[in-house]
Write a protein that binds this ligand. Structure first.
Ligand SMILES: *Cc1c(COP(=O)(O)O)cnc(C)c1O
Length: 290
């Protein structure tokens, strides 16, 4: 049913990497599809399969007004002929931003809920209410990060890549992508996650998701909480100018919400000599560009 291209791996050419003798390759999940791209596709695919199996014709999920998950879900709904409903945090603002405009162009039905109510999105009572209001819908949690979402992210990394690289890097929002990587690594090699959120809760989040899925906790990874640039979707002139020069130098498109924070972090750690010469790093480009 799902026919996506195998993501390519691109070597990053950068003088800093050369002088510190670090090999940095990027797995370009951003290129698997123009609309259903990056890690969001991996999180959606088994959920869509499950909805099909249950013969449920509508997918419902949650997100903020700029959610990449909502964008990908709307695109997937259109592509595969499945009805979609997006429960959007906060008031409607017109004109719609690009994300929500795209979603409605894909025939996604948008429903706005107050921030207070949105916080209850994982409560059983709220779910019952959604089922009453919208009928037979398959509910996917925010970010697509349920167990079937994790099942998809386990497939991001291949055996060959585990053999080839010393460290696997990705950025973390809910932590489900990193959890999938850890489960696939199964204790081998190392992983390094860059939190795009402010705070030090990400390690707990990743451990919880990993344990819920696999019954195991892994120690071969660290979370770096130092490159959030003020918090989710925040940026500053330093990050903005990094995006410009890095994209010009490497020809890899990145954006300020997710992947730029990881690449900034990787390059900063390289510059500070935190990786031993000869280290082979694979960074997962999780998308977010459209
Ligand atoms: C959603 C998203 C993430 C976060 O993934 P999690 O599995 O929630 O940690 C990372 N990168 C991009 C581009 C995203 O859209």
């Amino acid at each position: 049913m799902f026919d996506f291209t195998e993501p390519i791996i691109q070597n990053v050419l950068h003088p800093t990497l050369q002088s510190f003798e670090i090999r940095l390759d990027v797995k370009r999940l951003d290129l698997i599809d123009p609309f259903i791209s990056g890690n969001k596709w991996f999180k959606l695919k088994y959920n869509i399969e499950e909805a099909n199996r249950l013969n449920i014709k509508t997918l419902l999920s949650f997100g903020g007004a700029y959610s990449n998950h909502i964008y990908a879900l709307a695109a997937a709904g259109k592509r595969f002929g499945i009805r979609t409903i997006g429960i959007i945090r906060g008031e409607e603002t017109l004109p719609l931003n690009d994300t929500l405009k795209f979603a409605t162009d894909c025939q996604m039905q948008l429903e706005y809920v107050s921030r207070e109510k949105y916080r209850l999105k994982d409560n059983p009572e709220f779910k019952d209410e959604l089922l009453k209001t919208y009928g037979d819908v398959y509910i996917i949690p925010e970010g697509g990060s349920n167990l079937l979402g994790v099942k998809g992210t386990v497939e991001i990394l291949s055996e060959r890549e585990i053999n080839e690289y010393d460290i696997i890097c990705c950025c973390c929002g809910t932590g489900a992508t990193l959890s999938g990587i850890l489960i696939k690594l199964n204790g081998n090699k190392n992983a390094l996650g860059f939190s795009v959120l402010k705070g030090d809760f990400m390690k707990n989040a990743v451990d919880t998701i990993t344990y819920d899925y696999s019954g195991q906790l892994f120690e071969n990874y660290t979370i770096n909480n130092h490159y959030h640039f003020g918090g989710y979707a925040k940026s500053n002139s330093e990050l903005d100018s990094f995006i410009k020069t890095y994209t010009n130098t490497t020809l890899i498109p990145i954006e300020h919400v997710y992947t730029a924070k990881m690449f900034y972090g990787i390059m900063d750690l390289v510059n500070k000599g935190k990786f031993t010469p000869g280290t082979k790093i694979l960074a997962i480009h999780t998308g977010g560009l459209r």
